[in-house]
Design a protein around this ligand. Structure first.
Ligand SMILES: Nc1ncnc2c1ncn2[C@@H]1O[C@H](COP(=O)(O)OP(=O)(O)OP(=O)(O)O)[C@@H](O)[C@H]1O
Length: 474
């Protein structure tokens, strides 16, 4: 393996392009890089790779920072807070790359290439028809100074290509995949600066990592094949090479990698639906990383239990059921006041003032998302929709039961225990055959939170109306 950081100086980063809302794959990659840094008291950098200006309107940068903050990821250096290795937006770093292009050209490790898109397409077509893998054949490698000058005079704008040695093998250690070997001849001279002067992704990305002192690059497997090229660039420039680990991609239900381009489920969507950040953290931290603890963990404990050796190579699939499991755990970990703060924006004044905390305490074990709480708020304080099972439970007991239910409730003055005891005596029903019809009449459902906690919220008056309606049905 490559050089290893010590627990004292680990520096990792997340380097997204602000071209859309962060999806769960991006978030998982950011999280692993952050957990690695936090698990070793290291430094975590946020860098924006915004060179695709057409696809990087300002809204996405703002959203990206907000979404990461909501998620609970913080950074020690970044575009909004600066640091010793800035700027942290690639568009503001363009001038930095010039010296490295010049150095590569001076040492003969890069050369201008005047081949047009048509020339290159034709070359690839010939290679393919001969059963060879397409790669640049090196036509502009050894152009004379005069030939270059003639092309420049004709107004041709060259790309800059990295000159790869024709022979040899490059061994690339990877923290997740182990050592991989690449025949240099197969890589082909590749473009490091486009003809419009903009840097190719893997050039700017590698230089920035080196200049920013990043010594651990954890990123998606989509970058696996960029790594040998990036190592060659860094070696040619005498810059430090970080350790690399490529994380398996997160796939959607269609089996395709989640991608901003194709509108995958975003952190923003989940937040809008009411998912709690610690739920998403617990879900994603375990997607492709083994934790021995199965309990809900806070981010400090997730960092403490994180180890690069526990990362799996298997691709992860987005699993809504697992996410809901962690959401349920996260909801249970809140105290009632925090749970109310979470729910309030979603409940649209459906809970009367003063009833907020008792309402939360009553329904918390039965909700995963705010939509569930909204349903229970309507069942408590408005008119509950009746499901078929509940309707059957109501007609299953005779009219005498419902007459007795109304009288005993009034006599008990709304006290749940006194009421159900008196009704048991009056009707002869007990256990499930007593409670199920009551629950059905009062809430419109046959399962849910404790009736004893719901009755005070429903109140005696509404309860009597519902019992009366049940009597009419039976
Ligand atoms: N499906 C995925 N699963 C895990 N990590 C991913 C996935 N897609 C991208 N990443 C990682 O997220 C980080 C940021 O990547 P980037 O901003 O290019 O996202 P992207 O979704 O690939 O965007 P785009 O669709 O615009 O190419 C990179 O480390 C990349 O490898």
């Amino acid at each position: 393996m490559a050089q290893y950081y010590t627990t004292m100086n680990l520096k990792s980063r997340f380097a997204p392009s602000p071209t859309g809302y962060l999806h769960l794959g991006n978030a998982r990659t950011a999280l692993f890089a952050w957990l690695a840094a936090r698990s070793m008291n290291g430094t975590f950098i946020l860098r924006l790779e915004d060179t695709d200006q057409q696809r990087s309107p300002d809204i996405y940068e703002k959203a990206l920072l907000e979404d990461l903050q909501w998620f609970g990821i913080d950074w020690d250096e970044g575009p909004d807070r600066g640091g010793d290795h800035g700027p942290y937006r690639q568009m503001e770093r363009l001038a930095l790359y010039d010296a490295y292009y010049a150095q590569l050209q001076m040492t003969g490790q890069a050369y201008p290439c005047y081949c047009s898109a048509d020339d290159l397409a034709a070359e690839r077509a010939v290679q393919r028809s001969a059963g060879k893998a397409p790669r640049y054949g090196g036509r502009c490698r050894y152009l004379s100074a005069g030939a270059r000058a003639a092309r420049e005079a004709a107004g041709m704008r060259p790309t800059l290509r990295f000159h790869i040695p024709d022979q040899g093998t490059l061994s690339v250690p990877d923290l997740v995949w182990g050592e991989r070997h690449y025949a240099l001849a197969d890589l082909g001279d590749f473009v490091i600066r486009r003809s419009d002067g903009s840097p190719a992704f893997f050039f700017a990305n590698a230089i920035d990592d080196a200049l920013m002192g990043v010594n651990l690059v954890l990123r998606g497997e989509d970058h696996l094949t960029n790594t040998p090229r990036q190592i060659l660039i860094l070696q040619a420039l005498g810059l430090p090479v970080p350790d690399y680990g490529h994380l398996p991609l997160l796939l959607g239900a269609d089996g395709q990698p989640l991608s901003k381009r194709y509108g995958a489920v975003s952190l923003r969507d989940l937040r809008g639906t009411g998912y709690l950040a610690p739920a998403v953290l617990n879900y994603l931290a375990r997607l492709g990383h083994h934790y021995s603890a199965t309990a809900f963990l806070d981010s400090a404990a997730l960092a403490q239990g994180f180890a690069l050796t526990q990362i799996s190579k298997a691709p992860g699939h987005f699993d809504a059921v697992q996410l809901q499991h962690w959401q349920h755990e996260a909801v249970q970990s809140l105290d009632d006041a925090a749970a109310w703060n979470w729910l309030a924006p979603h409940l649209q004044d459906k809970v009367p003032r003063g009833q907020e905390i008792p309402f939360v305490a009553a329904v918390r074990a039965n909700i995963v998302l705010p939509a569930d709480a909204l349903d229970w708020a309507e069942r408590c304080f408005a008119t509950p929709a009746m499901d078929a099972e509940a309707a059957a439970a109501i007609t299953g007991v005779g009219p005498e039961f419902w007459a007795a239910a109304q009288t005993t409730l009034q006599v008990a003055d709304g006290d749940y225990r006194l009421w159900t005891k008196a009704l048991q005596q009056a009707s002869g029903q007990r256990g499930k055959s007593l409670f199920m019809p009551l629950r059905a009449a009062l809430t419109g459902r046959t399962h849910g939170p404790e009736l004893a906690a719901l009755l005070p919220l429903i109140g005696e008056e509404r309860a009597l109306t519902r019992l009366h309606a049940a009597a009419q049905r039976s």
